[in-house]
Design a protein around this ligand. Structure first.
Ligand code: PRP
Length: 181
């Protein structure tokens, strides 16, 4: 592609493909939650804000948007995510909750959030992620998935490298030379 930033190796998921899949996911969620009352969507900051913004604008069922942010003390540790930086504004007991992630990489963030929110007694709890890497089985379900992607460093559409490239409209593979510098 002309004009690709020198940090990027290639476009992995073009903008049109992302937008088409967002519509499919929103359609499926709208079907599944028809007549169930409002969905309580939990976007995981910061990465999910772009995906969530596009997803909710395609939903045809009532929904509430909220956000959480978690901090991990190193994704290479066994425990992974350990601290809530920003919590939900409201209790979620008896709510139909969907956690919305941009990416499931090791799965530690999603696993932590799922188990923690499950403990708050929602009426139901599901998960939605735009992309997932092939890191082996997760201990929590991924109910709505856009794409599986190879195990490479990706940026764009919410995903960053050192706070760069987050607002690209496509998902691109970062050159290994960038993160091994
Ligand atoms: C990214 C992404 C997910 C998480 C997935 O967030 O947005 O929340 O990593 O990784 P995991 O499956 O290995 O847990 P990050 O911690 O980079 O923060 P950010 O979204 O604020 O950039």
């Amino acid at each position: 592609m002309n004009g690709l930033h020198p940090d990027l190796a290639r476009v992995l998921v073009p903008e049109e493909t992302i937008q088409a899949h967002v519509k499919v996911l929103a359609h499926q969620i709208s079907l599944d939650y028809a007549d169930k009352g409002p969905i309580y969507l939990v976007g995981v900051l910061r990465g999910a804000f772009i995906f969530l913004a596009d997803l909710v604008r395609c939903l045809t069922v009532p929904h509430v948007v909220d956000f959480m942010s978690v901090s991990s003390y190193g994704k290479t540790t066994e425990s992974g995510v350990v601290r809530i930086v920003l919590d939900l504004r409201e209790p979620i007991d008896n709510q139909h909750v969907i956690i919305v992630e941009d990416i499931v990489d090791s799965g530690k963030t999603l696993s932590y959030l799922y188990k923690m929110l499950k403990g708050r007694n929602p009426a139901s709890l599901r998960t939605c992620t735009l992309v997932q890497k092939p890191k082996g089985p997760l201990d929590v379900p991924v109910d709505y998935l856009g794409f599986k992607i190879p195990d490479v460093w990706v940026v764009g559409y919410g995903l960053d490298y050192a706070d760069k490239h987050r607002t690209l409209p496509y998902i691109a593979e970062l050159k290994p030379s960038v993160y091994t510098r």
